[in-house]
Design a protein around this ligand. Structure first.
Ligand code: SF4
Length: 121
């Protein structure tokens, strides 16, 4: 079961934290990361890599949900998603070093990965 995480990688504390949270899991247990921007831009190799995953998790820094929209832009509609502002009550700001709430995001992401892997069997 290959899982692709899409961090929105936005220019805010919450956007940056999507990447920080993903980094805790990529490279282990068939969990990888997808460049979300490559999908709506139509970058063939990135789309191919994304579609090679069996499941996806979109990590959005805010309700604009760029990571989820990137997946939808290539026709992927069945995926898990998290939004750091609304799901974890984290205030979005421009302090890129602000990691308030990051632990909770990592914990929830780990549970989502485990659930996906458990449902596979
Ligand atoms: S979801 Fe929000 S934080 Fe992330 S890239 Fe989009 S606008 Fe920026």
């Amino acid at each position: 079961m290959k899982i692709g995480i899409l961090p929105c990688q936005g220019t805010s504390n919450t956007g940056v934290m999507t990447t920080k949270a993903a980094m805790h899991f990529v490279g282990k247990d068939d969990v990888g990361m997808v460049c979300p921007l490559g999908l709506p831009l139509g970058i063939e190799g990135i789309i191919k890599q994304a579609l090679s995953n069996d499941a996806h998790i979109a990590l959005n820094g805010c309700p604009i949900k760029c990571a989820s929209k990137a997946l939808q832009s290539i026709g992927v509609t069945d995926f898990d998603e998290m939004t750091l502002t609304s799901d974890f009550n984290i205030q979005k700001n421009k302090d890129f070093s602000d990691e308030t709430g990051l632990f909770e995001v990592i914990e929830a992401l780990g549970k989502t990965i485990s659930n996906i892997q458990a449902n596979q069997h």
